[in-house]
Design a protein around this ligand. Structure first.
Ligand code: B12
Ligand code: SF4
Length: 474
């Protein structure tokens, strides 16, 4: 266990070396193409700005095995190892902490991110090799921890951390959110092998805001980033776009915000800034159907927006209301219609299996999605009770939780069972949803794709899946 004081630093006044780590995803889980994570990128940028030596080991980008990670740590010899984790990467993150301690028992191991923020005490109980949990936003907390280590001082009063003191777990008060997001430097993307990342996908990710004013039952954002929409200034965002465009020659961008257009006036100002600076870029974003107008959509298109993810979630009003989503199916139909009319691509994101869902409501959703978006499918996610969400509290309280292995929390695996829908039924419904979408004549006879190999492959895979499900195999 870490004592909280590091004599070596106070005597020699050395600058601590920090290594930030993105752990691997569990094998078999559905993955996204790797990219420079914004959370780690911001943490690194703040440390660099304060003249600390920092590097990043992204196990997903480098495809590192446990041994590979160990030799990276042996080579870099960090004094502080900071690991990020979602629920899905939590267990592999603990493994990374163990390895770091094995290589150097004197290093300080820290974990942060949207899982351990709500699993802080349990993480410290489950992993003796983990010294500190940083809850919620981490930039200032990690900086203060590093400064304390450098000065050889105790970090026990640093806000926003959970740690051990005399064998007891102590949770310090929360740190207030960073109100002025413009004060943050741009994420330190240069610490990733950018050329290699661009071979996967020539798109860069950025975020214009943090937090959300809504509070959907399945979402962790509000407890994580606050029930308030904090947005960077249009100038600051476009400065970053321009910088990325000039530095990396990239012209395609994805905004990672949960609900990009919550502040519609600012979104409009952002679009004007992009247009005024004559940036030749294309971008996409995600938002809610009740936070957008036809005029704003037109402005977004003019500024380079090409597609928008929508949290459609369900085609059943009953389920939408249970989710406390605060939107109606009519709103979704209307807004996705505008999006198409303007020549933008709407991508619906859907959740199946929320408490209250029945086979009937799930089929309402499947048909609804095919109606509002006959040619593009976002994702059929399984409702997953991530710690920190109201859904997690509900599922625990009702005794419905069946799967506690976080490696399975990939939103493709049923985790809980309700009186209305069994896990087997839910698993099958999700598969049927994909089969139904891709095996419709309207999909594979579509003029734009009928002779494409990728269409033939998609249809074939779904046909095989459909047959297997019918025959009860696999
Ligand atoms: C971009 C994004 C992705 C990207 C990148 C994921 C990633 N690891 O960052 C992709 C597309 C890969 C992705 C995939 C998934 N995602 Co996602 N994603 C997001 C999204 C929209 C933005 C993340 C982001 O960049 N935020 C901005 C940065 C600044 O915030 P941050 O990442 O939280 O980092 C800060 C703090 O957490 C903290 N911190 C983080 N790490 C560390 C480490 C240390 C050492 C310290 C000190 C602090 C610290 O400090 C950072 C700076 O303030 C968030 C929602 C959100 N608003 O955060 C969901 C979110 C993270 N995703 C979520 C989910 C569920 C998933 C998937 C399971 C979905 C799926 N169907 O596959 C997968 C799992 C991926 C995985 N490998 O684990 C959930 C996570 C819930 C949970 N408890 O795990 C979130 C919170 C969405 C939600 N509303 O519930 N996702
Ligand atoms: S799902 Fe989207 S709209 Fe709902 S609370 Fe989360 S971020 Fe906000």
């Amino acid at each position: 266990m870490y004592s909280g004081k590091n004599a070596a630093f106070s005597e020699e006044k050395m600058k601590p070396h920090v290594t930030l780590v993105n752990p691997p995803t569990p094998s078999g889980s559905t993955g996204h193409l790797p990219f420079a994570l914004l959370g780690l990128g911001y943490l690194a940028a703040v440390l660099e700005k304060n003249h600390y030596e920092v590097d990043i080991v992204d196990c997903q980008v480098l495809k590192l095995s446990t041994d590979g990670f160990k030799s990276e740590i042996e080579k870099r010899k960090p004094d502080i190892v900071g690991i990020t984790s979602t629920t899905l990467t939590y267990k592999s993150g603990l493994q990374m902490a163990k390895i770091a301690k094995e290589v150097n028992p004197n290093c300080l191991t820290i974990m942060g991110g949207p899982h351990v923020t709500f699993w802080d005490d349990k993480a410290l109980q489950e992993c003796p090799e983990l010294d500190v949990i940083v809850r919620r936003e981490g930039e200032i907390t990690l900086l203060e921890l590093t400064q304390r280590i450098e000065a050889g001082k105790s970090f026990h009063d640093v806000l926003g951390i959970t740690y051990r003191k005399n064998g007891q777990i102590v949770r310090n008060p929360d740190r207030p959110y960073i109100e002025d997001l413009d004060s943050l430097p741009f994420p330190a993307r240069h610490l990733w092998p950018m050329e290699r990342l661009r071979e996967y996908e020539d798109v860069l990710y950025l975020a214009a805001s943090r937090g959300c004013t809504f509070w959907c039952e399945f979402c962790a954002t509000v407890r994580m980033h606050g029930r308030k929409f904090r947005m960077r200034s249009p100038k600051n965002i476009v400065d970053e776009l321009e910088f990325l465009n000039k530095t990396y020659g990239v012209s395609k961008f994805t905004f990672c915000d949960d609900a990009f257009t919550v502040d519609q006036a600012r979104t409009e100002a952002l679009c004007r800034e992009i247009i005024n600076r004559k940036l030749k870029i294309q971008w996409n974003c995600g938002t809610r159907v009740d936070m957008i107008t036809k005029e704003l959509l037109a402005k977004m298109k003019e500024a380079g927006c090409i597609s928008i993810w929508f949290g459609v979630e369900s085609g059943s009003q009953h389920v939408l209301d249970a989710m406390k989503k605060g939107i109606s199916t009519e709103q979704t139909i209307k807004v996705l219609g505008w999006v198409r009319e303007l020549g933008l691509k709407p991508v619906p994101n859907v959740i199946l299996g929320f408490p209250g869902e029945t086979k009937k409501t799930a089929w309402e959703t499947i048909k609804f999605v095919e109606k509002i978006s006959p040619d593009v499918l976002g994702f059929y996610n399984i409702a997953t009770p991530f710690p920190g969400t109201p859904l997690y509290d509900l599922v625990k309280e009702k005794g419905w939780l069946k799967v506690t292995d976080f490696d399975k929390y990939d939103t493709a695996t049923p985790i809980f069972e309700t009186p209305w829908l069994s896990m087997k039924e839910l698993r099958n419904l999700r598969l049927q949803a994909f089969h139904h979408f891709y095996l419709r004549p309207a999909y594979f006879l579509d003029k734009r794709r009928i002779f494409k190999l990728s269409t033939a492959m998609t249809v074939l895979v779904n046909l095989v899946g459909y047959m297997k499900l019918k025959l009860g195999i696999g």
